[in-house]
Ligand binder design. Structure first.
Ligand SMILES: [Zn+2]
Length: 129
């Protein structure tokens, strides 16, 4: 699922976002266009134009789990923080969010782990049992 369909024009610097399928959005200098919303990534630009693409996607299943988490939070009268927590929990269940101070496992092979520590350093650990 496309979460954000957006580019930034390198001439005028405007960030333009297409929010739905037929949302055709042109930057203020007219060099670049985004279109397609969450359905497809369409770009229209002048031959000498350039832009940076800020679009990103996530697996449909994870997207649906986040939407279901929002729906459940609303149905159970959570406030904006409760809704944010529900989405973060859904993403964390899929290892898409790491908690503050938590390390992230980059690779695991046999009895060894390669880990990115909270400070950004990389370490290798061997399981001792
Ligand atoms: Zn522009």
């Amino acid at each position: 699922m496309i979460v954000q369909n957006a580019i930034i024009c390198n001439k005028c610097g405007e960030l333009i976002i297409s929010k739905h399928r037929h949302d055709y959005v042109e930057c203020k200098c007219g060099d670049c266009v985004v279109d397609g919303g969450q359905e497809y990534l369409r770009r229209v630009y002048k031959p000498d134009a350039s832009y940076g693409d800020l679009s990103w996607s996530i697996e449909d299943e994870i997207y649906k789990e986040c939407a279901a988490a929002v729906e459940h939070a609303i149905d159970t009268n959570r406030n904006k923080f409760g809704i944010a927590n529900a989405v973060l929990r859904a993403l964390r269940m899929r290892d898409r969010v790491i908690a503050e101070g938590e390390h992230r496992v980059m690779a695991a092979y046999q009895d060894e782990l390669m880990v990115v520590e909270p400070d950004g350093t990389v370490n290798r650990y061997k399981k001792v049992m």
